[in-house]
Design a protein around this ligand. Structure first.
Ligand code: PLP
Length: 403
């Protein structure tokens, strides 16, 4: 693509996903980016000063791949273009990207507000390390209620973080309303948008300073790599790049960045099918006599369906399901599935389901319990790209075997 970055903003989402960060290799004329494995780059010897030839933080000047390497940079250009952010930094995992951002932006004595339901690895990082060991004041709130966010503000509130839709409960928070609250106090506003699959919501347009994704999920989409990104304000991304990559070392490998770049090109197309399949399955399950509850942002019965409709262009592929059967029969349900696999992770081509345990299943589950939000024991279904009729048939035959 030979368009200036600003002009790429006017392109449609599919065009941006395919062309941003792509280009002809100047040495071989290959129309795909090569994988660059060199772990050192020749420095500019003609610079007036050594410092000019060695800028750790210039995203387009390579010196040592922990700070930046070509494949990471191509992927960052693609993701920044897709998300509509000024710049992007990619990391070795979603947790590395998000914790790297928080390490960069928060210091001891600062106060942070976060969604109470957020990804378990981030929840653990915030509670067990930031709050308990590093002196960052932390308030976890029900961010589905913007007034709860406002009520948690302190004079030293530096950052507000929400996850929407939330993992695993699919609860939706109002991005524009919470952005207005953050702006009113000059706090940085960050959104973990992983569950949206990137293309179904645009937190930056709704006022987020930074958007985070686990690229492991929908962006990768094929269940075969790990990565994370933070996209948004250039001034903040530059700081995060230095801290997360240079100082904390959470750099993505060139091969993984190349794989994610390849996957990202088909994300808009894949998300359409995830959304369509999930809606068909949510409606099927909601009408099934052996199912107690289906929670999917696209269903009118979802507690924040109105907000989801306002801020999302599709409702993604994630849902919660509670069955009417007793606990042991959840395992009958899982054991008899033939296409859908019982496994962690989400956003893959194939459908996955995960059982979230109840009190008594395992003494260590701790925060894995979400009783306040959804009741004890539920399934999190990640609807894949198979034919919806085959997924429905699989669910039907296992539900048939329940009492
Ligand atoms: C999976 C996930 C993460 C963590 O990403 P990893 O790539 O597993 O480190 C963060 N946030 C959300 C919402 C997730 O689903």
């Amino acid at each position: 693509m030979n368009l200036p970055f600003e002009e790429t903003r006017k392109l449609g989402e599919a065009t941006r996903a395919i062309h941003c960060g792509e280009g002809v290799d100047s040495e071989t004329k290959a129309i795909r980016r090569p994988i660059v494995l060199g772990n050192s780059f020749e420095l500019n010897s003609s610079s007036e000063t050594l410092a000019e030839s060695f800028d750790w933080n210039d995203p387009d000047a390579f010196n040592y791949p922990r700070s930046r390497h070509p494949n990471a940079r191509y992927l960052e250009e693609r993701l920044a273009g897709m998300e509509g952010g000024e710049d992007c930094v990619v990391s070795s995992s979603g947790v590395a990207a998000i914790s790297g951002a928080f390490f960069t932006l928060l210091s001891a004595g600062d106060h942070m507000i976060s969604s109470r339901i957020c990804y378990i690895g981030i929840h653990g990082f915030l509670v067990d390390h930031f709050a308990k060991r590093f002196g960052v004041e932390l308030t976890l709130v029900d961010s589905t209620n913007p007034e709860a966010v406002r009520a948690a503000i302190r004079p030293n509130t530096k950052l507000i973080h929400i996850e929407t839709p939330a993992n695993p409960t699919t609860l939706v928070s109002d991005i524009a309303a919470i952005s207005a609250i953050a702006k009113s106090i000059g706090a940085i506003f960050t959104v973990d948008s992983t569950f949206s699959g990137l293309v179904t919501q645009n937190p930056i347009a709704l006022g987020a300073d930074l958007v985070m994704h686990s690229l492991t999920k929908y962006v990768n989409g094929h269940g075969d790599s790990l990565g994370g990104c933070v996209t948004g304000r250039k001034d903040l991304i530059s700081q995060i790049r230095l801290t997360a990559s240079v100082h904390l070392g959470a750099t993505i490998s060139p091969f993984t960045a190349w794989l994610l770049m390849r996957s990202a090109a088909t994300l808009p197309l894949r998300m359409k099918q995830h959304c369509e399949n999930a809606m068909a399955i949510a409606r099927y399950l909601e009408s099934h006599p052996k199912v107690k509850l289906v929670r999917y942002p696209g269903l009118e019965s979802h507690p924040q369906h109105a907000i989801a409709k306002k801020q999302m262009t599709g409702f993604g592929g994630m849902m919660n399901v509670i069955l009417k059967c007793a606990k042991p029969d959840y395992f009958t349900f899982l054991k008899n599935l033939r296409l859908i696999t019982h496994a962690v992770c989400l956003g893959h081509t194939e459908s996955l389901v995960q059982y979230y345990p109840q009190e008594g299943d395992n003494p260590d589950i701790g925060v894995l319990n979400y009783p306040e939000d959804i009741g004890e024991g539920f399934l999190r279904l990640s609807v894949g790209l198979e034919d919806a009729k085959d997924l429905i048939a699989d669910l039907a035959q296992t539900l048939e075997k329940l009492p």
